[in-house]
Design a protein around this ligand. Structure first.
Ligand SMILES: Nc1nc2c(c(=O)[nH]1)N[C@H]1C(S)=C(S)[C@@H](COP(=O)(O)O)O[C@H]1N2
Ligand SMILES: [Mo]
Length: 197
């Protein structure tokens, strides 16, 4: 738990510096889903990376958990202006999955169980900036927050962190996903307020 009280000046200043422009601190963890919560069984769950050559590379739930699992403590920022500081996650880095595939492609279309998509560049998916996360706050990720697994890309607005993530289509060009087709920014850096077009 990280509750920031206005009574503690030092901690308040610290959190102010960590809040991107136009954001406020949320105490709860809001649920924002464009549709119903898909129920995905870990027995049939898979993560897929489709290379530029069209070849599918897949990991089962067990295969994903056999990879190095990282613990991530990070701030998250939703374009609807709430932020949470110091959230705790566990997951596998996207970079480690891309390394196993060894395919080019400067961009990726992220796709989810249930049909959601979003676009992210390879640069935003690598160098310790993106994970396939399956634990939040020491518990298995709840279905409404994207369980069994979601993408976690905390340096971009949270709509890029696709819930119920299924995989990546590697691309050599950038193409808008679900929210990007509906007016959201192609990149989404909260520190630059890249909210909409
Ligand atoms: N599959 C899927 N992923 C999604 C969304 C969605 O509607 N469907 N909403 C996005 C948006 S706009 C936000 S702010 C976050 C919300 O995550 P939360 O519900 O865990 O807070 O998920 C993102 N990932
Ligand atoms: Mo959002």
């Amino acid at each position: 738990m990280s509750v920031v009280s206005r009574g503690f000046g030092a901690r308040r200043r610290d959190s102010d510096e960590r809040l991107p422009p136009g954001q406020y601190l949320a105490d709860d963890f809001p649920v924002l889903s464009a549709g119903p919560t898909p129920r995905v069984d870990t027995d049939t769950w898979e993560f897929v990376i489709v290379g530029l050559d069209g070849i599918r590379h897949t990991w089962s739930w067990e295969q994903l958990h056999a990879l190095p699992v990282e613990t991530i403590t990070t701030d998250i920022h939703c374009v609807t202006r709430w932020s949470k500081l110091g959230t705790h996650w566990r997951g596998v880095s996207v970079e480690s999955l891309l390394e196993q595939v060894g395919q080019d492609g400067a961009f990726a279309e992220v796709f989810s169980y249930g049909g959601y998509t979003t676009n992210v560049s390879r640069a935003d998916l690598t160098r310790g900036k993106a994970w396939v996360a399956f634990e939040f706050g020491g518990e298995p990720l709840a279905p409404e927050h994207g369980g069994p697994a979601r993408l976690l890309i905390p340096h971009l607005y949270f709509w890029k962190s696709a819930k119920w993530v299924h995989g990546l289509n590697l691309r050599d060009h950038d193409a808008p996903g679900f929210w990007e087709q509906n007016g959201y920014n192609m990149h989404g850096d909260p520190w630059k307020e890249e909210r909409y077009w």
